[in-house]
Design a protein around this ligand. Structure first.
Ligand SMILES: Nc1ncnc2c1ncn2[C@@H]1O[C@H](COP(=O)(O)OP(=O)(O)OP(=O)(O)O)[C@@H](O)[C@H]1O
Ligand SMILES: [Mg+2]
Length: 230
């Protein structure tokens, strides 16, 4: 039985019965502003806090913005700076982004010794492939390569606007071993919007099937695993 890798989000680790399986691939899927990047940073921080090395590939937010966000959280960056490999890939530079992720990531994981790797969001990478069948083939190939790496991989994905329960290209949820869906839920009186999450899938493990509210706080995300929605 593989060891558990703590996600680092209170409440969520309980729903995952202790955390992700070591070496597995996790996808966090949600529409804009539901907290995908916050989950990604929290997952990175948990690794760093434990003395692990972490690679964070951002296809969206600039490195300096992510560093500012990290600093605003009050996390002690000095302690882990040399164990965090934070890089922004410009998704408009097709060849650079494809080559960096497809060809160079494996050797970077090995040379850096990363225990956690994050790609935020994978949907921008998927979008580089215009043809759906090429995208599918490339993504399956990429994930196969990643399965051989000795790291736990976290992908974030934008949701499909027509169906927020699905990832933008409908691939991430099939490729990943574990899927966490982030939801925006309107209160019955339509006066407030709540964030909630569910563990939609976890290969080789039991997990909670409840939908639980969460909040993005200044320094962390809190999942209220005891709370019942409405
Ligand atoms: N310090 C904070 N305190 C409270 N809420 C915050 C704080 N920082 C961010 N948030 C909330 O988190 C949201 C942004 O989350 P995040 O950037 O992770 O979303 P995302 O899913 O990655 O969005 P996108 O798809 O646009 O990248 C903000 O809209 C805000 O509601
Ligand atoms: Mg984001």
């Amino acid at each position: 039985m593989a060891d558990r890798v703590k996600f680092g989000v209170e409440g969520l680790d309980e729903m995952l019965l202790g955390g992700l399986l070591e070496g597995s691939i996790c996808a966090v899927v949600g529409t804009y502003g539901t907290g995908k990047t916050m989950f990604a940073l929290q997952f990175a921080y948990e690794g760093l806090r434990r003395g692990e090395k972490v690679i964070y590939i951002s296809l969206e937010e600039r490195e300096e913005h992510l560093r500012t966000t990290i600093a605003q959280k009050g996390w002690d960056t000095g302690v882990f700076d040399d164990r965090l490999y934070l890089v922004r890939l410009d998704p408009t530079d097709f060849n650079l982004a494809i080559n960096s992720i497809k060809s160079e990531l494996s050797s970077l994981i090995k040379s850096f010794g990363a225990a956690r790797v994050i790609i935020d969001p994978i949907s921008l990478f998927e979008g580089l492939f215009e043809d759906a069948s090429v995208r599918r083939r490339e993504m399956f190939g990429f994930i196969e390569i990643m399965r051989d790496e000795a790291c736990t991989l976290m992908l974030t994905s934008e949701a499909n606007t027509a169906n927020p329960e699905e990832s933008k290209y409908g691939l991430a949820e099939y490729l990943a071993d574990a899927v966490i869906l982030l939801h925006r839920i309107r209160s019955p009186g339509l006066t407030e919007v709540h964030l909630a999450l569910e563990v939609a899938k976890m290969r080789r493990s039991a997990h909670s099937r409840e939908i639980k509210p969460f909040e993005i706080l200044q320094d962390k995300i809190m999942v209220y695993s005891e709370a019942i929605l409405f």
